[in-house]
Ligand binder design. Structure first.
Ligand code: MF3
Ligand code: CO
Ligand code: CO
Length: 259
């Protein structure tokens, strides 16, 4: 069942979304060669709890042990921060932040370059961001979820990348993950038709090589590419309005930012 949010509820999601976006801005200068992902987790955790007076949603979510997800290079998603994981020059990393404020969720992630990144990896990150932006640009009442999936798949595959299928975007509100599932591949003209008041994430995971993933059986969380090649992801939380959408997690440097 897909829930519709009232304007009052969307105002609360705007606050949570803004906080999640602020965490990504706060952490940016710390993403440098030599820092551990454990340190990035600590900085985000303390900022969310002590400065924002909010709750880091991943912590203890179905047993997830940390407050953010840090997915480096061939890690697709749900990477677990660790003191032993030291970032090095040339790495790419996705940092995924979800905060709960006043009972409402905001979920967003972006790629960061660690030092100097090779052009083919920077391009993977850029095209993945464009996949998200192109999808956002068609979100309005009447658009169907298959329109979003096909657009992302076509753009990624036309650049000779592949789209991860095992993980997808999701409805979000006063719970972390709810209906609908937002696939990043598919067929235009199919699937749920969007309506004003729907709130969901779009979070394409795009691979340099083949689309297949593998779950780390030891930690139960870390998802990597099967072929070991790099993967990128960008995520925003959106609310469908009468004539388009609001990007609830937009940062000031993005075209969707609304003060
Ligand atoms: N933030 C992720 C998402 O975009 C979910 C992380 S769940 C966790 O849906 F438990 F790994 F944190
Ligand atoms: Co999400
Ligand atoms: Co997320």
């Amino acid at each position: 069942m897909v829930s519709l949010k009232t304007p009052e509820q969307i105002e609360k999601m705007k606050i949570a979304g803004r906080l999640a976006a602020d965490v990504l801005e706060m952490i940016a200068p710390h993403v440098v060669p030599g820092v551990s992902t454990g340190e990035l987790d600590r900085l985000c955790h303390d900022y969310i709890v002590n400065v924002q007076h909010a709750v880091p949603a991943p912590l203890n979510y179905h047993g997830f042990p940390k407050s953010i997800c840090t997915s480096v290079n061939h890690v697709v998603c749900h990477g677990i921060p660790a003191e032993t994981k030291i970032l090095k020059d040339g790495d790419i990393i996705n940092i995924d932040i979800t905060v709960i404020k006043d009972g409402w969720y905001g979920d967003t992630s972006k790629m960061f370059y660690v030092g100097e990144v090779k052009p083919h990896l920077a391009r993977l990150c850029d095209i993945t961001q464009e996949c998200l932006y192109k999808a956002i640009d068609i979100v309005k009442p009447g658009t169907r979820l298959g329109d979003i999936g096909e657009l992302i798949q076509k753009y990624a595959e036309s650049n000779h990348y592949s789209v991860v299928r095992e993980y997808c975007g999701h409805g979000i509100g006063d719970v972390f993950h709810e209906d609908p599932q937002v696939l990043h591949y598919g067929k235009a003209g199919t699937g749920l038709e969007l309506r004003e008041g729907m709130t969901f994430t779009i979070e394409p995971m795009i691979n340099l090589g083949k689309r297949h993933t593998k779950l780390n059986q030891k930690d139960g969380w870390t998802v990597t590419t099967k072929d070991g090649r790099h993967s990128a992801q960008w995520e925003h939380t959106l609310a469908v309005t009468a004539d388009g959408c609001i990007v609830l997690t937009a940062r000031p440097d993005e075209p969707y930012y609304n003060v």
